[in-house]
Design a protein around this ligand. Structure first.
Ligand code: MTE
Ligand code: QUE
Ligand code: MOS
Length: 808
């Protein structure tokens, strides 16, 4: 027999901590070999049913009848479920309970599930899907924000955050500008589509494996819909093939469908969306209409600023009100706004309920302000003032120790943005390159170049205070190995890898001695969704706390055994490093961690712990629009250089320089992946990705052939990414800072660079630019205003975007 698998190092002092080092992602090998299992990979149980649904073909209308007879007679069809058959709750919602599980008397969007079908085979399911007849009386769908405003169709209450007197400050300002800025939505396009697998248990209990960022919410809704207690439902998530916010709430419906079938038939039931159904039926990032007004001085200093946000919320509330709140809390981005007034309203429209997407409204809030910065610059330059956008940005940044209170009243501590901007500006040779590019643009008739820089400050914490909590379960075994379970879910972001490092360091073990277990509501109750970039902050801190409780028990037990040589027992001198537990006063007094665990267990020391963490924040009062919602801010800046083909509108991002403060990185390799991945995803939102609906609300761009996310070849060839060396986030776990969402917002500078390029040709062209700056949109801006011949022609965004243009 071989010895114990895990041997301590020769000397505890030779121990190398894991936190701060790049170790491979937990599933790196599995991701490429296929060994990492997703819902669709779980082996089939012999009694398993295939589950699918009949989507609404219309965006709006009254259901007169649903004819299931033909579908029911298809051989192999086992169950058909409509809203009438739902045993208990018929609606759900994470904030406002207004979303039907299945369409009942009316349909609300194209793709809305109307009938759930369960069959023995995929073929039977497909045939039954075709044979269900829906008799729907069509009604006018509300597809634009403008139409929803006209009809007064809103979700939630109007929201306001203000300081000082914005209107008066704008009126008194030397310069004034106003406009309407639009940004479109974004499809998540996670690699793994929505999926769930349900097993019936005894006495009506249910186990649901779900590709979800929010196992607790899924457990909760499954229980509500089946009429069960939450104790009768277990929700498990091993991993997701990407979530990006799109599985925070949108995983609920597929999980409920599988659970319904398992509950009704007593058989295992699995649903895996095909891509077109996923794209057509699930919610996306919100499109926004932002009416803005700004007053500023000769140097570009903002004196007064007003923004009225309207978002396209879709057919149900989902997280829209919370997302709008985050937009309003990020309209300041990194700028001090002395007089400011922000309004926000969510519109109810007949598209799939819009939902969380990396940034959670932050990108929409920041984009309008970066647009305004560019507008201010263009205006001043038109008056012959020699300012650049960076000058305007620099002038308006929050100060350090002064001009550092946000519109909602939070004092910004640890503001590194001015230093980051100055550093990046120097290291990327910004001013010189800007002059070169602007000179070249006046000569080159083929190629247009643009350059823009942008600071980012992103608030870390859920703005709903109660969600800022995490819990963890740590099991230490008698061979000195450790299992960790938390409420956090792995979606590729590396949460499990980082928590493994944190736990390994607590016990002084190599990371291979620690394993992160699948997330399950059975082990961790009442958890928050893994979101708001706070997954590691919350669950990592809870895991560390659990380790410390176990270490305290071990120390109390082992201290008397270390006593001797006149040194008394002292639990505070028990150290953990290199696979040893030792007396820090004389490290030669030591026991291998595994041996110690075995001994401790024989003397009935508890080697398992469950711990809890709550972020120490005051919270935000939504009614007043004031408070301290954020624990800290992740900060940074990026600069983008772009090249545009003047004849085709084709856009290439040639160079990115990015400097971000993520504190002491727990895993620099994983975090670098987050930064570059998030940035490129943001590039997609601001440039190539364009959701196109037809005039009846059907999504035309419903597959990767018609909806283009950035390809590997679109990743800027020259991408310089650095971490700003700040070490002052002492209160957060391992002095780290959240990294998940902020990089997406850095990519807004790519859009600004396009706007800068267009502004070099004509300010009017730049003015017209909406977001995303697709090749078509760029070309349209370059060609000038759409004439009658262009009306309804091929240029520009969706039909909706063109109608916005006409409205302007
Ligand atoms: N990275 C990968 N690879 N896949 C994802 O789905 N989601 C992002 C970000 N990074 C995501 C990702 C989003 S929207 C959030 S909120 C955070 O990861 C969540 O994880 P964290 O809080 O553990 O960083
Ligand atoms: C950022 C987020 C979320 C958020 C607030 C943020 C988020 C989320 C919620 C939320 C709010 C109220 C609820 C609820 C969820 O708020 O992801 O269930 O009742 O889910 O600033 O990412
Ligand atoms: Mo991320 S949008 O908070 O899931």
């Amino acid at each position: 027999m071989s010895g114990p698998r895990f041997q301590p190092v020769a000397d505890p002092k030779a121990h190398v901590p894991s936190v701060g080092r790049t170790i491979p992602h937990d599933s790196a090998v599995g991701h490429v070999t296929g060994a990492a299992a997703y819902i669709a990979d779980v082996p089939r149980r012999s009694d398993e049913l295939v589950v699918g649904f009949v989507p609404s073909p219309l965006a709006s209308g009254a259901i007169r009848s649903i004819d299931l007879a033909a579908a029911r007679s298809v051989p192999g069809v086992v169950d058909l479920v409509t809203a009438d058959d739902l045993p208990a709750a018929k609606v759900w919602g994470p904030i406002i309970q207004d979303e039907p599980i299945l369409a009942a008397s009316e349909v609300l969007y194209v793709g809305q599930p109307v009938v759930v079908i369960a069959a023995e085979t995929q073929a039977a399911l497909e045939e039954a899907r075709r044979l269900v007849t829906l008799d729907i009386v069509p009604a006018e769908p509300i597809l634009s924000i403008e139409r929803a405003i006209e009809l007064g169709r809103f979700i939630g209450t109007p929201r306001r955050i203000a300081r000082g007197d914005a209107s008066a400050a704008i009126a008194a300002a030397p310069h004034r500008l106003a406009g309407v800025f639009h940004s479109l939505g974004q499809e998540h396009l996670y690699l793994e589509a929505q999926a769930a697998l349900a097993y019936p248990g005894e006495c009506g209990q249910i186990v649901v494996h779900s590709s979800t960022q929010g196992p607790t919410e899924t457990q909760h809704v499954v229980a509500d819909v089946l009429g069960l207690g939450m104790h009768e439902v277990v929700c498990i998530c091993k991993r997701m093939g990407g979530g990006f916010g799109g599985k925070e709430t949108q995983g609920v419906l597929p999980a409920v469908m599988a659970a319904l079938v398992a509950h009704r038939t007593g058989r295992a039931a699995r649903i895996v969306y095909v891509r077109e159904d996923d794209m057509a039926s699930t919610g996306k990032r919100h499109a926004y209409r932002c009416a803005w007004e700004v007053g500023f001085d000769d140097a570009g200093r903002i004196l007064g600023y007003r923004v009225d946000f309207h978002s396209a919320g879709g057919a149900a509330a989902d997280l829209s009100t919370s997302i709008m709140e985050r937009s309003m809390l990020h309209v300041d981005n990194a700028y001090w706004l002395p007089h400011v007034e922000i309004h926000g309203r969510v519109c109810r429209t007949n598209i799939a309920p819009a939902t969380a997407f990396r940034g959670f409204g932050g990108p929409q809030g920041m984009a309008v302000t970066e647009n305004v910065i560019q507008e201010i610059t263009t205006h001043l330059r038109g008056l012959g003032k020699g300012v650049s956008a960076v000058d305007v940005q620099r002038l308006n940044l929050y100060g350090v120790g002064e001009r550092n209170v946000t519109p909602y009243g939070q004092t910004i501590r640890g503001n590194h943005v001015p230093e980051i901007v100055d550093t990046l500006r120097a290291t990327c040779d910004f001013d010189h390159r800007l002059a070169t590019i602007e000179a070249a643009n006046t000569r080159d008739s083929l190629v247009l170049r643009g350059l823009a820089l942008m600071p980012v400050k992103f608030g870390i914490s859920f703005t709903a205070k109660f969600l800022n909590q995490g819990n963890a379960l740590v099991n230490v075994y008698t061979d000195g190995t450790v299992q960790v379970s938390t409420g956090g879910t792995e979606m590729g972001q590396g949460l499990n890898t980082k928590i493994k490092q944190l736990v390994a360091d607590e016990f002084g073990l190599p990371p291979a001695q620690v394993v992160l277990m699948p997330t399950s509501t059975e082990k961790n109750c009442n958890t928050s969704p893994t979101a708001a970039s706070a997954g590691t902050d919350l669950n990592g801190a809870a895991a560390v706390q659990a380790c410390r409780e176990i270490k305290a028990r071990i120390a109390a037990w082992v201290a008397p055994r270390f006593a001797g040589d006149g040194l008394g027992p002292a639990a505070e001198h028990v150290g953990f490093a290199g696979g040893w537990v030792f007396d820090t006063r004389r490290p030669e007094t030591r026991i291998p961690f595994g041996e110690l665990c075995n001994g401790a267990r024989r003397e009935r020391v508890d080697l398992g712990a469950r711990a809890f963490y709550a972020t120490p924040i005051a919270g935000f009062d939504a009614e007043q629009g004031r408070g301290e919602p954020f624990f800290y801010y992740t900060q940074g800046a990026a600069a983008a250089e772009v090249r545009i083909d003047r004849f085709t509108g084709d856009l290439v991002v040639t160079r990115i320089d990015l400097l971000i403060d993520i504190g002491r990185s727990i895993n620099p390799g994983v975090d670098r992946g987050q930064v570059i991945g998030g940035f490129v995803q943001g590039m997609g939102w601001v440039t190539g990705e364009c959701l196109v609906y037809d005039e009846r609300g059907r999504l035309l761009s419903d597959s990767p052939t018609t909806y283009k996310i950035p390809a590997a070849s679109d990743v800027p060839a020259d991408f310089r990414c650095d971490f700003f060396p700040a070490d002052d986030n002492v209160e957060n776990v391992a002095r780290s800072k959240a990294v998940g969402e902020p990089p997406l917002m850095h990519a807004i500078c790519v859009w600004s660079a396009v706007k800068h390029a267009l502004g070099c040709v004509s300010p009017a062209a730049a003015r017209r630019l909406c977001l995303p700056a697709t090749n078509e949109e760029i070309l349209r801006a370059l060609r000038g205003p759409a004439g009658p011949a262009d009306d309804g022609g091929g240029w520009g965004h969706s039909a909706e975007m063109r109608s916005w243009d006409r409205a302007r």
